[in-house]
Ligand binder design. Structure first.
Ligand SMILES: Nc1ncnc2c1ncn2[C@@H]1O[C@H](COP(=O)(O)OP(=O)(O)O)[C@@H](O)[C@H]1O
Ligand SMILES: [Mg+2]
Length: 282
């Protein structure tokens, strides 16, 4: 026994060293991949606007990879990032002054909705509140391996809803919502948004009855969702899930979309919609 380690530990755990320019290139490439993701908000939302389907007032604010890595690492911001942070805070404050708080904010890919009060529900425009919520969203996105960066922050007017209870860590309001699946303008079916077994920490004892009471759309709701989903998937092309949220007056809003094959489909509660066959005989 010489007391020497038989392995050269340093060579077993080699952490590649990148110089600054390599790091910048890698960040730029990762950012481009995020921008190209079809699920990124800016890759589907403009089609919703063009189609004129009811959606909440929305503003998107570009977030550079440098700003995101600074916020995620908790590093001191350099002058350029400092300016970007000020601009971000100001843009949110301007939207908040115009449309009122709370605002709904999310990355291009996620709202971290289960952490509602800490993440997507922005109660006021204080810079510290804004940055805490943005950091929560970025952290959630990164920690869950959803995407490396987000091309933008999405800022939306909060829809006035009639939740039946709140749930999860962040007391998220549980409201009537549906997810429709459609391919190239043809509806497959829909499901109530919240599966019973997904609910955690409900705020009331009779939550199962309350959830059941918001799981069946009216005929008018269905017509609206079918028409909207047909139009938007005909325009975007491909297979999509299309999410609708009901406001307290009973109107449905298109709030979210994602590629169908990446979207959770609840087979137990799925309701197939068969469209009448077109008569092509003459
Ligand atoms: N503008 C809004 N006003 C009120 N509630 C909203 C709004 N947008 C989304 N929500 C609620 O937050 C949830 C998550 O929002 P969503 O945009 O679908 O984010 P995610 O990408 O995390 O699914 C929705 O299912 C809905 O309950
Ligand atoms: Mg969603």
């Amino acid at each position: 026994m010489t007391g020497k380690t038989p392995f050269d530990l340093d060579s077993l755990f080699v952490i590649p060293e990148f110089d600054e320019s390599q790091m910048k290139t890698m960040m730029a490439e990762a950012y481009e991949r995020c921008q190209a993701n079809p699920n990124a908000f800016s890759n589907w939302f403009p089609a919703v606007e063009v189609a004129g389907i009811r959606h909440p007032k929305t503003s998107t604010i570009t977030l550079s990879p440098e700003l995101q890595s600074t916020l995620l690492d908790g590093k001191p911001a350099d002058a350029q990032v400092e300016t970007q942070i000020d601009a971000l805070v100001q843009a949110i404050q301007t939207f908040g002054t115009e449309h009122g708080y709370p605002l709904f904010i999310k990355t291009a890919f996620t709202s971290a909705k289960h952490y509602w009060s800490e993440a997507c529900a922005l109660p006021d425009g204080h810079p510290q509140t804004i940055l805490a919520h943005v950091c929560e969203l970025l952290n959630f996105q990164g920690m869950n391996g959803i995407e490396t960066f987000t091309p933008e922050l999405v800022v939306r007017k909060m829809i006035d809803v009639a939740p039946v209870f709140t749930a999860f860590e962040g007391q998220m309001p549980v409201t009537e919502e549906y997810r429709v699946f459609a391919r190239d303008g043809v509806i497959e079916g829909y499901q109530p948004y919240w599966p019973v077994d997904s609910i955690q920490k409900p705020s009331i004892a009779a939550w199962q009855e309350a959830l059941k009471a918001i799981s069946t759309p009216t005929g008018k709701d269905l017509d609206f969702m079918i028409n909207a989903s047909e139009r938007i998937t005909r325009s975007l092309k491909g297979y999509w899930s299309v999410d609708f949220l009901k406001d307290k007056e009973g109107k449905l809003w298109l709030i979210d979309m994602a590629e169908g094959h990446r979207s959770y489909r609840n087979e137990a509660d799925f309701r197939i919609i068969t469209q009448p066959e077109q008569d092509l005989s003459c």
